[in-house]
Design a protein around this ligand. Structure first.
Ligand SMILES: [Zn+2]
Length: 262
């Protein structure tokens, strides 16, 4: 990638990612509550004043308003601009790490979906079907389109990835329904579908890391005093494993195989 191409990619991916991140701040609040993500327009939760377009610019508006509502002065949590920045960073990362535009355009929104689901799962211990099902349908449709257009995606491995990761966690959920929920199974199916299209080692790394992170998280929660009956949300750990795989799966897979061979 030339320096010019790198900058062009950042110039496209960063504003797109920030805009998607701004949309995610709406999604993570309204979807768990069952509300529409399109209507009504965003309002200040304190005074109910609709947020004007110029006060709705990602990150920048929050900085200019110094984190306060223009009309009533109520604090706007720093989580909003942070979510926007994180999404912008993930879009830039996907665009730079995956030179092929078909893959970059698949992985950037995929990472945004993982981020939104992680935030919702951490807050509500739920992975809403309203996000997971459309993501599966849109993801599968996109892969079909990319394949027809000659993009570097593998439909057979996408299907295998979905069945392997989703099916694997389904077995875990059936054996231990308290630990793993059906939401986790559907999320694993989505991860398997998208990463399988890039190659099965992406799925293997995502699953290995996801289960490792989840296990460490569950032990940490027990040590921190959570009871065995309290469910630890696994979604954020599965999502984190998938996100790491998006960026370094080939390197991690090579490293792992080298450690195995004497
Ligand atoms: Zn206000």
């Amino acid at each position: 990638m030339t320096a010019l191409e790198t900058w062009l990619r950042v110039a496209v991916a960063l504003p797109l990612g920030l805009a998607v991140g701004s949309f995610l701040t709406v999604v993570v609040h309204r979807v768990p509550a069952g509300g529409s993500v399109v209507r009504p327009r965003s309002r200040c939760p304190s005074c109910g004043e609709p947020i004007r377009a110029r006060d709705n610019v990602p990150v920048l508006s929050w900085l200019l308003l110094r984190g306060r509502c223009r009309s009533c002065g109520a604090r706007i949590p720093v989580a909003y601009p942070l979510l926007e920045l994180a999404t912008g960073g993930l879009f830039v990362g996907a665009a730079l790490r995956h030179p092929d535009p078909w893959r970059a355009a698949l992985l950037a929104p995929f990472l945004a979906v993982l981020l939104a689901l992680s935030v919702i799962d951490a807050r509500t211990k739920r992975l809403p079907n309203r996000i997971v099902y459309p993501s599966l349908v849109v993801g599968a449709g996109y892969l079909l389109l990319a394949w027809v257009a000659g993009g570097p995606v593998d439909l057979v491995r996408a299907g295998l990835g979905l069945l392997a990761y989703g099916g694997g966690l389904l077995i875990v959920a059936l054996i231990s329904p308290r630990g793993m929920g059906m939401g986790d199974v559907k999320l694993a199916a989505l991860i398997g579908l998208v990463l399988g299209a890039l190659g099965l080692r992406y799925v293997a790394v995502a699953a290995g890391l996801g289960i490792l992170f989840g296990g460490v998280g569950a032990v940490a929660a027990l040590l921190a005093g959570a009871s065995r009956e309290q469910a630890v949300p696994f979604g954020p750990f599965l999502a984190a494993g998938a996100a790491v795989a998006v960026f370094v799966a080939p390197e991690l897979a090579d490293l792992y195989l080298r450690l195995l061979t004497p």
